[in-house]
Design a binder for this molecule. Structure first.
Ligand SMILES: [Zn+2]
Length: 213
């Protein structure tokens, strides 16, 4: 049994749970988060910590490298798409944030992958979703030199191109595209550098990332 979890739970029960009992009790009525966040599984990037959010405030979807797949309707299992559908059509969130991050292991694996992909690997197959970002990052390196665009190294470039690609894929889901067109939903691409504690946002106009605050 992982002792760390038992001890952490005991601290939670005695501390956080007691201090926030009323709020947590009120959540038994249901959840009404206004914001959905798609972030990486990376243990260092926890949206609730980064955004100082309480339970019930954020609908968090996590997968390897915070990728949004395109809308595909064949009968396979689409966990991320199902969560997005729930957020957009049931919770009716007003914002979806794709939260990328620095030092992403998934992106690093994509950029450093061998020529021959192991399509039996769930990770390798999953990361092919970001192949357009890898190609864009490599092309950017060709154009802007070893440090890439805006001084970004090839990993940062791919992490950021991948966010842009995921934003494009979000719009392939009809229930997202329609709500965006109706002005009921906004989508955002943010990039978090965990070592610096900085947060920047993607600006579609000039396709750059600028400090958010
Ligand atoms: Zn990651």
């Amino acid at each position: 049994m992982p002792e760390q979890l038992i001890k952490g739970y005991q601290r939670f029960r005695e501390g956080y749970f007691r201090r926030n009992k009323d709020h947590l009790n009120s959540l038994a009525e249901g959840q009404w988060p206004r914001i959905a966040i798609l972030s990486c599984c990376d243990s260092r990037v926890d949206p609730s910590v980064v955004f100082d959010a309480k339970p019930g405030e954020l609908f968090v979807i996590r997968n390897v490298a915070n990728l949004v797949p395109p809308c595909e309707t064949e009968g396979l299992f689409h966990g991320t798409s199902a969560a997005l559908e729930f957020a957009a059509t049931k919770l009716l969130v007003s914002d979806i944030v794709v939260l990328g991050h620095a030092q992403c292991g998934g992106i690093r694996a994509l950029m450093d992958r061998p020529e021959d992909l192991d399509m039996a690997s769930f990770i390798d197959r999953w990361m092919t979703l970001a192949e357009p970002a890898r190609l864009a990052a490599e092309a950017s390196q060709q154009t802007h030199g070893v440090n890439g665009v805006n001084g970004a190294n090839r990993y940062v470039a791919c992490e950021q191109f991948s966010i842009e690609h995921s934003l494009n894929n979000l719009m392939t889901f009809p229930w997202i595209k329609t709500r965006v067109q109706q002005g009921l939903l906004s989508v955002h691409g943010w990039y978090y550098d965990l070592s610096l504690g900085t947060l920047s946002r993607f600006r579609p106009g000039d396709a750059t990332f600028t400090p958010l605050c």
